[in-house]
Write a protein that binds this ligand. Structure first.
Ligand SMILES: CCCCCCCCCCCCC[C@H](O)CC(=O)SCCNC(=O)CCNC(=O)[C@H](O)C(C)(C)COP(=O)(O)OP(=O)(O)OC[C@H]1O[C@@H](n2cnc3c(N)ncnc32)[C@H](O)[C@@H]1OP(=O)(O)O
Ligand SMILES: NC(=O)c1ccc[n+]([C@@H]2O[C@H](COP(=O)([O-])OP(=O)(O)OC[C@H]3O[C@@H](n4cnc5c(N)ncnc54)[C@H](O)[C@@H]3O)[C@@H](O)[C@H]2O)c1
Length: 308
């Protein structure tokens, strides 16, 4: 799939002190999160370029976006199927794909990174993109657990760098955490807050602290659930039923781990385990085994559970 450089760089105001109005967005990583972010950005009128490492992966990303749009349209245009089809066509036209991050970022107001949860890999990517993106371009990471300051330190634009933490599935989850570091400028934070609102999300702001808001509270729940299952205190089914019916969660913590992806869960755990003061993240034999077997949850049709 060839990259088509149609995007007009249009939203930047001449004054460096003014907010960047985000019109064109490059999303790096076309997996669960990147595809979802591309979908909501295109659905709200942004020109989107979705980047991944190969055309085959990007083809799957496009299928994922179209599949999710069909579910959205089924409700939104319940009585007008033709209008729904037209909506899908219009949204899909706004999503270009490219396996070449370097050309994709050249006309972009915002770059959102949603690649693997690995500090060095994210730093390497941003170090490269920093040299290619225009000076006004804001960089944002969708990291679940890494420090935004650490990722931003690979660039020369820490003032134009923030966290934009979406939730899975992006099409359905209303929250975005906007993370500012001590170096993030007020204009950048405001631009990211405004962008999130334009996407139809509710943004909250958080300092660049471990887990931000949601994961600081959610991750211990998932960790304890997996340990409880490993110890044999309860079956995985009962743990999930208990948290759905007893705590009102839409998914149980073990189902949710499968939904997030056990590869991502393992990367988060290993990143956090570097803190010797936090025994919460000691390794889990069961999690390691599932990941080693390629059973990383829903995306591979098997994790703790099997999926059709
Ligand atoms: C021992 C050591 C362990 C170490 C552990 C370390 C832990 C690490 C943890 C990492 C955490 C990282 C997390 C990440 O940074 C942040 C997150 O994203 S957390 C995840 C947040 N998400 C959730 O909590 C999801 C909860 N689930 C739900 O809200 C719902 O279940 C659902 C996903 C919306 C699905 O709903 P269901 O009712 O279950 O199922 P349905 O299939 O019927 O769907 C309902 C409704 O929604 C529509 N829909 C669902 N998915 C999509 C989609 N992708 N696109 C479009 N529409 C979708 C569907 O069509 C249905 O519509 P309806 O038919 O009702 O009109
Ligand atoms: N899965 C979740 O529930 C969830 C929720 C919020 C945030 N996150 C975070 O979002 C990020 C992505 O998670 P995901 O679940 O979408 O992962 P994923 O495995 O579904 O997708 C990651 C994609 O990035 C691509 N990729 C890897 N390196 C790349 C590179 N250098 N250039 C371009 N593409 C590259 C991979 O090919 C893959 O398609 C992670 O940082 C994760 O912590 C995940």
């Amino acid at each position: 799939m060839a990259f088509v450089a149609h995007q007009l760089f249009s939203g930047f105001s001449s004054s460096a002190a003014r907010n960047v109005v985000i019109k064109s967005v490059t999303i790096i990583g076309g997996g669960q999160m990147g595809a979802g972010i591309a979908q909501v950005a295109a659905s709200t009128g942004h020109s989107v370029t979705l980047v991944d490492t190969s055309d085959d992966i990007l083809k799957k990303s496009i299928e994922t976006i179209e599949g999710s749009l069909r579910r959205v349209v089924k409700k939104k245009f319940a009585d007008k199927p033709e209008a729904g089809e037209e909506f899908i066509r219009n949204v899909m036209q706004k999503v270009l794909t490219s396996a070449d991050a370097a050309s994709a970022v050249r006309g972009s107001d915002l770059v959102v990174e949603a690649i693997a949860e690995n500090l060095k890999v994210k730093q390497d990517l941003f170090r490269r993109l920093d040299k290619l993106a225009p000076p006004h371009t804001i960089f944002a990471s969708n990291t679940s657990s890494l420090s935004i300051s650490d990722i931003a330190s690979s660039t020369n634009r820490p003032d134009k760098f923030g966290g934009l933490h979406f939730f899975n599935p992006v099409a359905m989850m209303k929250l975005v955490e906007v993370i500012g570091t001590p170096a993030t400028s007020q204009e950048t934070s405001e631009s990211l807050m405004n962008f999130s609102k334009v996407l139809g999300k509710t943004p909250v702001s958080s300092k660049d602290t471990s887990g931000f808001i949601v994961n600081r509270l959610l991750v211990p729940c998932i960790v304890e659930a997996i340990r409880m299952y490993e110890r044999g205190d309860a079956s995985k089914e009962d743990i999930d039923i208990a948290m759905k019916l007893g705590a009102g969660h839409p998914m149980g913590p073990i189902e949710l781990a499968d939904y997030i992806g056990l590869d991502t869960v393992k990367s988060i755990m290993e990143g956090e385990a570097k803190d010797p003061d936090n025994p919460l993240f000691a390794s889990s034999d069961l999690l390691n085994k599932l990941v080693a077997e390629g059973k990383v949850g829903r995306k591979t049709a098997e994790g703790f559970y099997k999926y059709k």
